[in-house]
Design a protein. Structure first.
Ligand code: ZN
Ligand code: ZN
Length: 272
């Protein structure tokens, strides 16, 4: 996994810590409160319906990236059971979607062999961009279907899916109109985030690989403002993340800058 070069002596404070993990997991719980609270306010007509897509746009990408960072730190036994059950979103993405444990195993397989035939995320990386976009928009069901086809249905996954079904039915029963707006917003933002985090960083100029992205300064500032620094920096520096997944997202920009100014040929592993 750690096969490319990084400076051998980047500062130890670049490495991800327990404190980072705590902040990611707290971020998830705060995000859940805001999303469900926002939905309740929309049902009670305190928040206009058009506020729901805005809320989802601001909160969901932060949840997604917090879960991605957690995947590299905690297994499912070390993490809040609610986050484990929900997987990649504070509101169930689908009646057919994976939980944290399966997502973690898939993500580690992606890191082990990105863009190869052994990469379980390859289906949302390769092919025409429209096909990749469709696959990103339907990735909760497709990833779950592929997992179940390969590993079968475990009792814990059945339990998690049943809880998700109950939550979706409960939210829809509360207010069907608000639920349609809320859930479609979640699926659209999740799908576009998925497209950025797999296709855009692993497929450029007709070639599959692992790449960094750059944004003009104004767009960078806008992205940091709307999505937050962690989401922006983790997406733009996905190549650095693949070289060493234990660099904290907050330090990826600094690690890139050190890499650009180093001719070192050894790998510094934060876990070494
Ligand atoms: Zn990747
Ligand atoms: Zn990763």
């Amino acid at each position: 996994m750690l096969t490319q070069t990084l400076p051998p002596s980047f500062p130890a404070e670049y490495c991800v810590t327990e404190l980072d993990a705590l902040q990611y997991s707290r971020g998830c719980m705060v995000g859940t409160g805001i999303m469900i609270g926002g939905y309740a306010l929309a049902v009670w007509q305190v928040l206009p319906l058009w506020g729901l897509p805005l809320l989802v746009l601001l909160v969901l990408p932060r949840w997604m990236i917090n879960v991605h960072e957690l995947l590299h730190i905690y297994d499912e036994q070390q993490l809040n059971p609610f986050i484990c059950l929900m997987g990649a979103s504070p509101v169930p993405l689908s009646i057919l979607s994976l939980s944290y444990g399966q997502i973690r195993r898939q993500h580690f397989a992606h890191h082990a062999a990105p863009t190869t035939a052994a990469d379980p995320d390859g289906y949302r990386i390769h092919g025409h961009w429209l096909q990749a976009l469709w696959n990103a928009l339907t990735s909760p069901e497709q990833s779950a279907g592929r997992w179940i086809a390969q590993h079968g249905l475990s009792g814990s996954l059945v339990f998690d899916l049943t809880v998700k079904l109950g939550l979706l039915v409960g939210l829809a029963w509360w207010d069907r109109g608000a639920f349609v707006v809320f859930w479609l917003s979640i699926r659209l933002v999740y799908g576009l985030g998925d497209f950025a985090f797999f296709r855009l960083v692993h497929h450029q100029r007709g070639e599959a690989g692992t790449f960094g992205l750059t944004l003009p300064p104004l767009l960078m500032t806008l992205s940091e403002w709307v999505f937050g620094q962690t989401v922006t920096h983790a997406t733009l520096n996905h190549d650095i993340h693949h070289r060493n997944p234990y660099i904290a997202a907050r330090s990826l920009m600094a690690a890139r800058s050190l890499t650009a100014h180093s001719d070192g040929d050894s790998v510094h592993d934060c876990r070494a």
